[in-house]
Design a protein around this ligand. Structure first.
Ligand SMILES: CC(C)(COP(=O)(O)OP(=O)(O)OC[C@H]1O[C@@H](n2cnc3c(N)ncnc32)[C@H](O)[C@@H]1OP(=O)(O)O)[C@@H](O)C(=O)NCCC(=O)NCCS
Length: 137
C-alpha cells in the first residue's frame, strides 16, 4: 500500500494543473470511509464511492512508466472495486487539454457527458474547461 507521502510524490510528478495534492491532503482524504485507493507499482487511483455512484478523483502513473498499460489495469481494478460495492456509474472530470487521459478514458468506454466551462486555471492563468465523462457499469 502506498503511503500518503509516496502518493503526493507521484502526484507532483504528474500534475501541474490541477495542482498536486500534498501528503497531508492524501492522508486526510483517505481517512474518509467513502474514499478508496487502488494502487500498483508506479501508479494509483483515488475514488469516492457514495450510494450508487463513484467519482474517480485522481489517477496518476509515473511518467517513466507511461504506455505500459498501468492506467488501464488500475481502471479495471477500480471498476471491479465499484462493482463489488454495487456502484452503477463512475463519473470523472478531465481537463479538455489532457489528450492522453481523454484517450485512455475513451478507450475504456467512458463517454462524454458534458463540460464545465473554464473550470480549471491552467498555466499563466489561462482557463481550461473540464470534460465530464461517465461509465455505466
Ligand atoms: C493519463 C495517464 C494516467 C495514462 O497512463 P498510462 O499508464 O500511460 O496509460 P496506458 O498505458 O494504460 O494507456 C492506455 C491507452 O490510453 C491511451 N493513451 C495513454 N497515453 C496516451 C498518450 N500519451 N497519447 C495518446 N494516447 C494515450 C492509448 O489509447 C493507450 O493505449 P495504447 O498505449 O495501446 O495506444 C498518464 O499519462 C498520467 O499519469 N498522466 C498524468 C496524470 C493525468 O493526466 N491523470 C488523469 C487525470 S484525469
Amino acid at each position: 500500500m502506498m503511503s500518503p507521502g509516496s502518493l503526493a510524490k507521484l502526484h507532483a510528478q504528474c500534475f501541474l494543473t490541477p495542482r498536486p495534492w500534498s501528503s497531508k491532503e492524501f492522508q486526510e482524504l483517505l481517512l474518509q470511509t467513502s474514499v478508496h485507493l487502488v494502487s500498483k507499482d508506479y501508479g494509483f487511483i483515488v475514488g469516492m464511492l457514495i450510494g450508487s455512484e463513484a467519482e474517480l478523483l485522481t489517477l496518476a502513473v509515473d511518467p517513466q512508466q507511461h504506455r505500459k498499460g498501468i492506467a488501464t489495469k488500475l481502471l479495471k481494478e477500480f471498476e471491479n472495486l465499484c462493482r463489488s460495492n454495487t456502484i452503477k456509474k463512475i463519473i470523472l472530470e478531465v481537463m479538455e487539454t489532457n489528450r492522453p487521459a481523454l484517450k485512455l478514458y475513451e478507450t475504456n468506454n467512458f463517454i462524454v457527458q458534458g463540460a464545465r466551462k473554464d473550470y480549471y486555471s491552467g498555466v499563466n492563468g489561462i482557463k481550461v474547461s473540464a470534460i465530464i465523462m461517465t461509465k455505466v457499469l
